[in-house]
Design a protein around this ligand. Structure first.
Ligand code: NDP
Length: 254
């Protein structure tokens, strides 16, 4: 699908080493945007950038850990040096580490909060001025946050902390429209259901990992490319149109 309004834009996509972020980065580049790919795994990013460039697109690998202030600051500096100011931010990096709350896995709670919530905030803090300046110049400016259906659905036992981080992202996205909307910066919150990615491979509880496998088998998954198409669609609307909340599920997931 070819979308207007993405050629010539400058995007930052976090969590671009795999899954949804990888697909979003590839799609935005295919639509003519210059795309900075942020994640921790340098090799994955370099391979991906090579593929984008081979297809005629513009991409930049920027190794960054969104849980680290200095790393995010250095990454944004690198993007500015290479591409100048940014007008499209996709906050996608995230981790899902379910376990019973009674296990008191403070390490996992901390990692999820620091990646899924504070990581999102770090990027917004570092790039808010870019977005508002782009919009003030009459360009289209987008902040896209990848939350989860887990922000709303209460039936996922042992996912309380993950769900809480995603509920925070969803609410943050809604509240940020108060600050960004009047400045012509769009905020789009996306809540996917099951997507076929590496996300569940980090679960260290065998029973819970098998439970996800069972859901995938029963319900099927969205492909990362489905999410990439949605991001490209939302960010390519005319600048006065803000799709603020998108819930996207595999058809069998109710
Ligand atoms: P993946 O595990 O495939 O992708 C996660 C990405 O985040 C990777 O590129 C990873 O790269 C990056 N990442 C993780 N931690 C950090 C960090 N500290 N700093 C920088 N990058 C980091 O899973 P998905 O593609 O599924 O996940 C993308 C988003 O989608 C997440 O926010 C997830 O919560 C959300 N989501 C996913 C769903 C699904 O079913 N898959 C459903 C609903 C929401 P690296 O390890 O190299 O840093």
């Amino acid at each position: 699908m070819s979308y207007e309004n993405l050629a010539g834009r400058t995007a930052v996509v976090t969590g671009a080493a795999s899954g949804i972020g990888e697909a979003v980065a590839v799609e935005l580049a295919a639509q003519g945007a210059r795309v900075a790919l942020l994640a921790r795994r340098a090799e994955r990013l370099e391979t991906l950038v090579g593929k984008v460039r081979a297809d005629g697109g513009q991409a930049l690998a920027v190794v960054a850990d969104v849980t680290d202030d200095a790393s995010v600051a250095a990454a944004v500096e690198r993007v500015h040096e290479a591409y100048g100011s940014v007008d499209l931010v996709v906050n996608n990096a995230g981790v899902m580490l379910p376990n019973p709350i009674a296990d008191a896995r403070v390490d996992e709670w901390q990692r999820m909060i620091d990646t899924n919530l504070t990581g999102v905030l770090r990027l917004i803090g570092a790039l808010a001025d870019d977005l508002t300046a782009a919009a003030a110049e009459g360009r289209t400016a987008d902040l896209v946050n990848v939350s989860s259906i887990g922000a709303h659905v209460t039936g996922f036992t042992n996912y309380a902390v993950y769900g809480a981080t995603k509920a925070a992202v969803t609410h943050l996205s809604a509240l940020l429209r108060n600050e960004f909307g009047p400045r012509d910066v769009r905020v789009t919150n996306i809540e996917p259901g099951l997507v076929g990615t590496e996300l569940a491979t980090h679960i260290d509880n065998d029973g819970l990992r098998e439970q996800v496998d069972g859901m995938v088998e029963a319900l099927g998954t969205l492909a990362p490319a489905d999410l990439a198409d949605l991001v490209a669609y939302a960010t390519s609307r005319p600048r006065h149109v803000n799709l603020r909340q998108l819930v996207v599920l595999p058809t069998r997931q109710v």
